[in-house]
Design a protein. Structure first.
Length: 191
């Protein structure tokens, strides 16, 4: 039952984008095309899950025993930055099209507050290693859900008859707000 609560909470109730408002920059910036949003979502999933796992091990194995927990943010950022470099190298070799379409947003995964936020939340949640990795993975699934929903809607809006003052960015912000309010409806499910 505890695992189900972690999954539902991470994806729906405490969605990093819609409930915690983390990772908004890539959410807005990379969501113009569905395929780019999916690529960004998988890159974030890889970095978020593996980054949180490594951060957990380093936190519990080094920072806590030596009583230097105050270094967690610096350590987490170093772990995340290293993983983003790996993702960049792999994407450049495997999919030059996706690498090019993600453009500047790929290195910005390093500063994506959703990834750092989830690593910190996993440690604050007092999860064991498995629960921490599970929480991180499903938080990333929540990010993918958010960015793919938004990208799909934005693609449809390209052909929609939108009043001139609301075209492009304004209608995107209106849609983002409505999606966020819709996800707030899940907040009564799990604390």
């Amino acid at each position: 039952m505890e695992i189900l609560l972690i999954v539902v909470s991470a994806v729906f109730v405490n969605n990093v984008v819609f409930a915690r408002f983390l990772g908004i920059c890539p959410y807005i910036g990379v969501s113009k095309k569905l395929d780019t949003a999916i690529g960004m979502g998988f890159a974030v999933t890889f970095v978020m899950t593996l980054g949180s796992a490594i951060a957990y091990l380093l936190y519990k194995g080094i920072l806590v025993p030596y009583k230097i927990e105050f270094m967690q943010t610096v350590m987490f950022i170093l772990v995340i930055a290293s993983l983003v470099q790996v993702v960049e190298i792999v994407l450049k070799k495997v999919s030059k099209v996706l690498y090019a379409s993600l453009g500047i947003f790929l290195p910005l995964i390093t500063t994506n507050c959703a990834i750092l936020g989830v690593a910190i939340l996993a440690n604050q949640g007092d999860y064991n290693f498995f629960e921490s990795v599970l929480f991180s993975f499903f938080s990333a699934m929540g990010f993918i859900l958010a960015i793919v929903l938004f990208a799909g809607i934005r693609e449809k809006l390209e052909t929609a008859d939108v009043p001139t003052p609301f075209k492009n960015v304004p209608i995107s912000f209106v849609v983002a707000a409505i999606l966020s309010m819709a996800f707030m409806g899940f907040s009564g499910l799990v604390k």
